[in-house]
Write a protein that binds this ligand. Structure first.
Ligand code: KIV
Ligand code: ZN
Length: 514
């Protein structure tokens, strides 16, 4: 039987360190459930000691998610380990992940300590963690810029102290595949007790090599890979889960290892993470990008029609890709048909949620006629966003044209059901709508980014708008979809403002809205 490589997902910890991303406990739980369904081995649910919000999210995930081990990150200090254990101890399989920097540049300039002191902190804190938890992971941060001799010593010490996984982070994405593989091999040769621990790798993408480095490490003997869905994370991001997993599966002949993942969940989890984090997936992204299975050239199309394998090395069904184009439902479809299709896509909605999605489905089917899986997914996401709204967009009416001053009338329903309405002008219909919404909601903000893309093909396609706003130094993303892009734009701003209103506690606000 082939060796097993564990998949350790850190979307909710390292991935959440993506600028502008902030997930609340509900959203994290939803992602954790999706990762569990995909049979990820370990879910790093957060950094419990970093904030009460993170603690709550980690603890909820530890309590409610059963199929995967639940890890939390801890600095090598007693408080982090004690708080981390409080958060994960309710898990079926808890893990404490202790880290400390090992490179001289970090030790001298960040920790302001010396190597011996750091070595002792690592040993002592792993021992503390191991008293609580049988499953302890240790990471020497910035390992690839550290003195290898020091890393071998450190790993030996922490394994003796109880570490069961030793993770080698390429924290700043500095490694080159051959060199990284050689480092992993040298660890197996030079750390005498390495057979007592599993070797893991954690690669960042600053040079675009995170996936290549992770795969080279697997070939060299690493048996856990740390990844983020869609490759999100600090700076250039982390190794992308979908790329690592599908490379190992597609080239099993070369790597000779298996992951335990249900790869048919990949597409859905990618969409979910993109929707909840507001980080769009670039169209040419491997595996989950919109173009990953599209064939433009006539020669390629001809080949694909004859035999899919002529130009595709992955069967799109293996990642659960809904076949775009295939009409699944139309305006004559009933509630049962809708529910059945949503279940097939992995959305099990409560009755009231289903009622609302069904109403929205009928409205959309009236406009578009044919509804495919991507439309359904948009409707579910719209419903999810609506369920946490503070202000709700009730009416948007715009007039614009080359001889008209763009004017928008907006009516919102407020938190106590109050009806708020105003009219504003602007440089275009979106600008006018945004001015009207901002005047009503009263949360001062700066638009940092505005992106629009079409979710499905055709003139009647749904448009998806993503915005990023700055509110008092904090970035919030918002997403909206509709067949009308001005409406989608208004929904996106409302989503971002609602996130700001639900995530910044009243006492911490530098602004007061009506
Ligand atoms: O990149 C890194 O070094 C990390 C560690 C904390 C594992 O994220
Ligand atoms: Zn990292």
């Amino acid at each position: 039987m082939a060796d097993r490589v564990l998949i350790f997902d850190t979307t909710m910890r390292d991935g959440e360190q993506t600028p502008g991303v902030a997930l609340n406990a509900e959203e994290k739980l939803e992602i954790a459930r999706a990762l569990e369904r995909m049979r990820v081995d370990v879910i790093e649910a957060g950094f419990a000691a970093s904030s009460p919000g993170d603690f709550e999210a980690v603890q909820r995930i530890a309590r409610e998610v059963r199929g995967s081990a639940i890890a939390t990150l801890c600095r090598a200090v007693p408080e982090d380990i004690d708080i981390g254990w409080e958060a994960v101890k309710v898990a079926e399989s808890p893990r404490l992940h202790v880290f400390i920097s090992s490179s001289d540049i970090h030790i001298m300039h960040m920790l302001e300590k010396d190597r011996e002191h750091v070595l002792e902190m690592a040993r002592a804190m792993v021992a503390r963690a191991a008293k609580y938890c049988p499953d302890v992971e240790f990471s020497p941060q910035d390992a690839t810029r550290s003195d290898p001799e020091y890393i071998y010593r450190m790993l030996k010490e922490v394994i003796d102290a109880g570490a069961t996984t030793v993770n080698i982070p390429d924290t700043v994405g500095y490694a080159i595949p051959e060199e990284f593989a050689a480092f992993i091999r040298s660890i197996q040769e030079r750390v005498p007790n390495i057979h007592k621990a599993r070797i893991s790798v954690h690669c960042h993408n600053d040079l675009g090599l995170a996936v290549a480095n992770s795969l080279a490490a697997v070939k060299a003997g690493a048996r856990q890979v740390e990844v983020c869905v869609n490759g999100i994370g600090e700076r250039g991001g982390n190794a992308a889960l979908e790329e690592v997993v599908m490379a190992l599966k597609t080239r099993r002949d070369y790597f000779g290892v298996d992951t335990g993942l249900d790869t048919t969940q990949i597409y859905r989890v990618s969409r979910l993470v993109s929707q909840l984090t507001g980080v769009p997936v670039q169209p040419n992204k491997a595996i989950v990008g919109a173009n990953a299975f599209r064939h433009q050239s006539g020669i390629h199309q001809h080949g694909i029609v004859k035999l899919r394998e002529t130009y595709e090395i992955i069967d799109p069904r293996d990642i659960g890709l809904p076949r775009g184009g295939i009409i699944v439902l139309n305006k004559n479809s009933g509630r049962h048909g809708l529910r059945a299709r949503l279940r097939e896509l992995g959305y099990d909605l409560a009755e009231e949620e289903l009622d609302r999605v069904f109403r929205a489905f009928k409205e959309l089917a009236d406009k578009k006629g044919e509804i495919d899986d991507r439309d359904l997914e948009m409707l579910v996401m719209e419903e999810r966003r609506a369920s946490v709204e503070v202000y709700r967009l009730d009416l948007l009416q715009v007039s614009c044209g080359n001889q008209l001053v763009p004017t928008a009338t907006v009516r919102l329903l407020g938190p106590e059901g109050q009806v708020l309405q105003t009219t504003a002008t602007g440089t275009g219909p979106v600008d006018a709508s945004y001015r009207a919404i901002n005047a009503l909601v009263g949360v001062p903000n700066r638009l940092l980014e505005y992106q629009v893309k079409s979710v499905t093909e055709g003139i009647d396609a749904q448009g998806e708008v993503t915005v990023r706003i700055d509110v008092d130094g904090h970035t919030f993303v918002g997403i909206g979809s509709d067949t009308d892009i001005v409406v989608a734009s208004a929904k996106a701003l409302m989503d971002a403002l609602n996130r700001a209103l639900t995530r910044v506690p009243r006492e911490e606000r530098a602004w007061s809205n009506p």
